[in-house]
Design a protein around this ligand. Structure first.
Ligand SMILES: Cc1ncc(COP(=O)(O)O)c(C=O)c1O
Length: 422
């Protein structure tokens, strides 16, 4: 197996919807929404209109420079889009910084509310939360943080509810894997733990693993009983990637205290991170004894960034949501049929986010065969020893039925071709 993917050997001269138009006259379908972010396709007129309008008004105005009207409009619109209308919002420039800000806020909040001074943040063995020194140290993605010393003594705290540490038939699992979280908190002492940070549906580390029903609710109960906050990293999953506005909406009782959005909000048009804070804890951030907010930054709350995100929300909210849901199901059905074909081992996922796990060593050949047939994907190199690997299938949410059918037919053909040559 080659250790990294070779760069694509084509130039792109134009884009339309989910398609890239190559310099050689061929076109290629974006099967992974760029880096799991170009969720409303490329070159959207709605996004352009918003950016243009704001550009002609003014193009820079940090929160301390002019009245942040457009940022306030975005915060309000975002909260309504995900059904958390009473939340407070902090904006920043990317997913990593969103996680950093959420960690800082959670530590501030628990310091004020519970007098917790140590403020540990607990994460799972199968997680990615960004590429800063802190987020790499915290998370469980060993492919991106291979050296134990770079864990800075932090590192993941509890086993993820996924293979190789947990295998379960989802329908039969009683979500007792959530007890791993209880144990991790109790081992450190709840008074030393500020928050549990997790991806409600796994992204690129394991390849779109979905937790057993009841898992997130049980984690929330465990944390509430111990006065520990729950932070959901919905950087990748937020804003309909899994079919619902937030991935946690798939289950009752799974709403977190803090939630981070990023990729789906900027949709590849701009860097952005948004941290949503529940109304029962947000006032503590402004408490007279609170520490300074960790959310300021030169380019945070940039007006053009806010304008682009409003255009993305325009796109997302003008989708025909019934047809969108049906398209996700169509995608899922076709992908599940690939399980066992050629190099494909298993398929999992939700909405417009799937992990297609392949036999070790066959990831790059499959990606190459798919690219020859006009579609590209993002790889995952995940968990266990030897590591599992596969494709993340995550086309733009605005793809058409024809796009979805093209994608699944091309992937099926690529898998079959590898089988015959294997
Ligand atoms: C779940 C998750 N959290 C955080 C990040 C970091 O976001 P960014 O790359 O925008 O800093 C990513 C990026 O892939 C992610 O998938």
């Amino acid at each position: 197996m080659t250790s990294s993917r070779p760069l694509p050997d084509f130039d792109v001269v134009a884009t339309s919807g989910s398609w890239l138009h190559r310099a050689d006259g061929r076109r290629i379908l974006d099967g992974s929404s760029g880096l799991l972010c170009a969720n409303v396709g490329q070159s959207s007129p709605k996004v352009l209109a918003r950016i243009e309008q704001q550009f002609h008004r003014y193009s820079f105005g940090g929160a301390a420079v002019v009245q942040p009207h457009i940022q306030m409009e975005l915060m309000d619109r975002l909260c309504r889009a995900v059904g958390r209308t009473e939340d407070s919002v902090a904006l920043t420039t990317c997913g990593t910084l969103g996680v950093e800000v959420a960690v800082g806020l959670a530590r501030n909040i628990t310091r004020i509310r519970r007098g917790k001074s140590r403020g540990d943040i607990l994460t799972s063995t199968l997680s990615y939360h960004g590429n800063s020194a802190l987020t790499l140290a915290l998370a469980g993605n060993h492919a991106r943080r291979p050296r134990p010393e770079d864990a800075l003594g932090l590192g993941p705290a509890f086993a993820a509810p996924y293979p190789p540490t947990h295998s379960h038939e989802q329908s039969e699992c009683d979500a007792s894997c959530a007890d791993e979280v209880a144990k991790a908190i109790d081992d450190r002492g709840a008074e030393n733990v500020a928050a549990v940070l997790l991806e409600p549906v796994n992204g690129t580390t394991g390849g779109a693993y979905v937790p057993p029903a009841g898992y997130l609710r049980r984690v929330s109960e465990i944390c509430r009983e111990r006065e520990v906050l729950v932070i959901h990293d919905e950087v990748l999953t937020g804003l309909w990637r899994t079919g619902t506005p937030l991935a946690s909406h798939h289950w009752d009782g799974a709403e977190p205290d803090l939630c981070i959005l990023s990729k789906g909000l900027g949709a590849g048009y701009t860097g952005i991170g948004a941290v949503l804070v529940a109304p029962d804890i947000a006032p503590l951030i402004r408490h007279q004894d609170a520490d300074p907010l960790p959310a300021m930054g030169t380019m945070a709350t940039h007006p053009l960034q806010a304008a682009a995100c409003l255009g993305v929300l325009d796109e997302l909210e003008s989708m025909d949501h019934n047809a969108f849901t049906a398209r996700g199901e169509r995608l899922g059905r076709a992908l599940h049929e690939l399980a066992g074909r050629g190099p494909v081992r298993t398929v999992r996922g939700l909405g417009h986010l799937y992990g297609v796990e392949v036999e070790p060593g066959l990831l790059w050949p499959l990606m190459e065969a798919a690219e020859e047939r006009g579609v590209f994907f993002y790889p995952f190199t995940g968990a266990g020893q030897p590591r599992t690997e596969g494709l993340v299938v995550a086309p733009p949410l605005t793809s058409t039925d024809e796009d979805i059918d093209f994608l699944t037919a091309a992937l099926a053909d690529a898998a079959t071709a590898l089988h015959h040559h294997g």
